[in-house]
Design a protein around this ligand. Structure first.
Ligand code: DX5
Ligand code: ZN
Length: 215
């Protein structure tokens, strides 16, 4: 069964608490929080203050995706804010092995993200340390971008490298490509625009579950 992780980057920022409750009631599993520093990606978003403000108001798994340089500086702060999963980019550090260990030392699950331009072999040596691999299917920075179909091959490759791990797919996901990404091996589905802009997010999440590959 797939897990659904609405990206709060696509929510109405004037009502984040309500928008979190809304996706929880609509049947989501995770709340995907896209943290951007304006350096690693060309956009700024939010940080630990928002995670700790939302934490008491939701039972969703707080799934924090760091698109920042020097991610090691923030591990302690995300633990304190109540993050459950902390995902860092393989492109963001020369010491990704150590950072994944540090995330575990701080009691969180460790995610490892990989950009569209980075080959699967870049994570080979550290894949065992990650609880989840996040495959970017757009270049990170913005919600509402177009899915890059070329990443499907990489999802398959990573599924072969790690048959039992969670593989998250992030960027441009909707009903039109959901079957393909799940058939390739993704089982944790991030969706920003597709869920937050849907007329009926609960119905959309139900359709996601129906459409996913069940093999
Ligand atoms: C992109 C973010 C994604 C994004 C997903 O940098 O990592 O999580 O918000 O949004 P959609 O589903 O609209 O592409
Ligand atoms: Zn993300």
């Amino acid at each position: 069964m797939i897990k659904i992780a609405p990206s709060i980057l696509a929510a109405d920022f004037g009502m984040l608490r309500e928008q979190t409750k809304m996706v929880e009631e609509a049947g989501a599993d995770y709340l995907h929080v896209d943290v951007m520093d304006g350096h690693f990606v060309p956009n700024l978003s939010f940080g630990t203050g928002m995670v700790s403000a939302l934490r008491p108001h939701t039972g969703l798994v707080m799934d924090c995706h760091l698109m920042v340089e020097n991610p090691e500086k923030y591990i302690y702060h995300f633990e304190k804010a109540g993050a459950d999963i902390l995902t860092v980019h393989v492109e963001a550090s020369n010491h990704i092995h150590r950072i994944l260990q540090q995330i575990h030392d701080h009691g969180m699950k460790a995610g490892l993200a990989i950009n569209p331009g980075t080959p699967a072999c870049a994570i080979k040596e550290v894949i065992d340390l990650a609880d989840m691999i996040l495959v970017m299917s757009v270049n990170p920075g913005f919600t509402g971008q177009k899915f890059i179909p070329g990443v499907l091959g990489k999802v398959r490759e990573i599924r072969e490298m790690a048959p039992d791990k969670d593989i998250q797919i992030d960027g441009g996901i909707g009903l039109s490509n959901l079957y393909d990404v799940t058939e390739a091996g993704a089982n944790v589905i991030v969706a920003g625009a597709a869920i937050y802009y849907a007329e009926n997010p609960a119905a959309e999440i139900r359709k996601f579950r129906e459409t996913a590959y069940k093999g």
